[in-house]
Design a protein. Structure first.
Length: 264
């Protein structure tokens, strides 16, 4: 059985179409499905504004909807293409809106917005496996959706440190519970890398004070050391793309739309 794992597509359908998929049995995706340029620009602008003690920039309802629909539409197009070749299991990265986040944004701007998870799960051969395990022909797969690890807050020291740390503690404890529930899997698909493994920030567009810092997760690292899955696939820190081993576990950061085909 052949499994193709694809790193964060970010809406680049031209690049995804270059992947040889004709003979694969399953496709896994590490999240960040849709286009991210406007969202990334907005996020980094807000970071710089925080440093200056300024509030986040306000956007019009029209701008909010346009940004949401660009991400939603490009995400759907990526999965719509991939599902032609094989069943697709995907997690969400830090870009996708969960159903709860979509509902909150809809209420905030007063416009009904579509649910990405519901759309993808409506296709018979597509599954969103955020914080869920799945069994495909005897291969156990754990899908861990993106979360903010407390170590990220400690290392990157955002302006709203106390609030971010409070939220990170909650999300990290939840991730640990999910990983404990997974127990031992053959493949772990997660968005961010394990801590200090293929996770160093060196991208030119990132804030200067982020350069050289490790953006991975200690919770994921501890899980790998304890449960020793055969494979771990991630993305998120695209410039750290590569392969390393933690004991017998092969860890792949598949970067920006790159891929790996494995056989079971």
């Amino acid at each position: 059985m052949k499994i193709c794992v694809i790193g964060d597509p970010h809406g680049d359908l031209k690049k995804i179409k270059k992947i040889p998929l004709s003979n694969v049995d399953l496709i896994l995706v590490t999240g960040d499905l849709g286009k991210s340029e406007s969202i990334r620009k907005r996020a980094f602008e807000d970071i710089e504004r925080e440093k200056k003690g300024l509030p986040e920039k306000e956007y019009s309802i029209k701008e909010e909807k346009k940004q949401f629909m660009e991400l939603y539409g490009s995400s759907v197009e990526i999965i719509k293409y991939l599902k032609k070749f094989a069943p697709v299991f995907t997690i969400f990265g830090n870009l996708e809106h969960t159903n709860d986040e979509t509902r909150d944004l809809s209420e905030e701007i007063g416009i009904k917005l579509p649910f990405l998870k519901n759309k993808l799960n409506s296709w018979s051969n597509v599954r969103v496996i955020n914080n869920r395990d799945a069994n495909f022909k005897g291969v156990r797969i754990g899908g861990l959706g993106y979360f903010t690890d407390t170590v990220w807050v400690k290392n990157f020291k955002p302006a709203d440190y106390e609030e971010r740390m409070f939220l990170a503690k909650e999300s990290t404890e939840k991730a640990k519970r999910i990983l404990k529930w997974f127990d031992k899997v053959d493949i772990l698909v997660c968005h961010q890398p394990p801590y200090k493994i293929l996770d160093k920030v060196t991208a030119k567009f990132a804030p200067k004070d982020w350069y050289g810092k490790n953006a991975g997760s200690k919770a994921i690292l501890q899980y790998i050391k304890s449960k020793k899955p055969k494979y771990v696939f991630c993305g998120h820190i695209h410039e750290a793309k590569g392969k390393e081993k933690i004991g017998k576990t092969e860890v792949y950061n598949l970067g920006l739309g790159d891929y790996e085909i494995i056989e079971f």
